[in-house]
Design a protein around this ligand. Structure first.
Ligand SMILES: [Zn+2]
Length: 188
């Protein structure tokens, strides 16, 4: 936020407001002094991911170990088309990691980031179809990749031997903004 506005970080205040309860203190964060900027953050087990943008964004980060491998979880997260992809995956890859767990973890962070964006509620994750999105190449340890499809575009992030996965999501129609910002050399 300091970088985007030039304000000293100590002078940046962030508040939260929940539209479901119509109350402050939790829910989507915002900058009272700069309501035109979107902010999102996520943290787990000492890992933090945060983003500030001139258009609506949402982020989520999870450690792979926190993702359950049971079928109840995958059925709560994945839609029918994604379950079909999931069911065809081998239980393990050549290096012993569970491709099924990596797939459900990837869709979970993408969908959680969409929830943060305000595009979906937690109880409707299995109605959200991201099956058209590119399935990341898990042979790469650390990467960022821009993905577009469905109503959303996103950057998938995978860090440190796949111990941690993250996603930064925005609405598909705003993708041109991000691409032009990147082209001009500014940090999106
Ligand atoms: Zn609430």
């Amino acid at each position: 936020m300091g970088k985007v506005t030039g304000l000293p970080p100590a002078r940046v205040s962030i508040e939260q407001f929940c539209v479901d309860c119509n109350r402050p203190g939790h829910g989507k964060p915002f900058f009272p002094s700069h309501p035109e900027l979107s902010v999102s953050w996520s943290h787990q087990n000492g890992i933090v991911m945060a983003a500030v943008s001139t258009f609506d964004i949402g982020v989520d980060v999870e450690t792979l170990g926190s993702i359950p491998v049971d079928s109840d979880f995958s059925e709560n997260v994945l839609c029918d088309a994604e379950l079909e992809i999931f069911n065809k995956l081998p239980a393990t890859s050549s290096d012993g990691a569970s491709l099924k767990q990596l797939y459900v973890a990837r869709q979970w962070v993408r969908k959680e980031a969409i929830v943060k964006l305000g595009g979906c509620s937690l109880d409707r994750l299995s109605k959200l179809d991201l099956g058209e999105l590119y399935f990341p190449d898990f042979s790469l340890d650390t990467f960022q990749r821009i993905n577009s499809g469905c109503d959303y575009a996103m950057i998938d992030i995978s860090i440190v031997n796949r111990v941690c996965l993250g996603a930064l999501v925005w609405r598909g129609e705003t993708q041109g903004i991000l691409l032009s910002a990147t082209k001009e050399g500014r940090n999106p």
